[in-house]
Write a protein that binds this ligand. Sequence first.
Ligand code: CO
Length: 140
Amino acid sequence: MLQKIDHIGIAVHELEPALELYQKVYGLEPVKIETLEDIHVRIAFLPLGEVLMELLQPTAPGAGRIGQFLDEKGPGFHHIAYRVENIEQAMAACEAAGVGIRDSEPRPGGDDSRIVFLVPADTHNVLTELVERSREITGD
Ligand code: CO
């Protein structure tokens, strides 16, 4: 069902100071920074080999799920995202296995991907995203 690790999501208060670490110290280059207003996040994608690091900042303090997460737990590891070829098939396989899906249908993720999140209680408390992409992320 899973093709690869697509990205690792890290919640941060502010992208710019986080980029100081990821870009200037680790040497990773952001290929895309975008704002998803409907879910109140600003996202930076930094490729690391086959995997992307996804830095997530709330568009305002406390806004959206990332803002709530920061208020409750502070910055840090947020989720792992697995690439799937067909998200509807992957959702059906999860449902058939009794793994709950937080989203009733795929919704837009970064770079025109389609994503859903699984119910953490069913994934050993690892917040897990499934992502279907029609293309690899490039800096356009
Ligand atoms: Co993600």
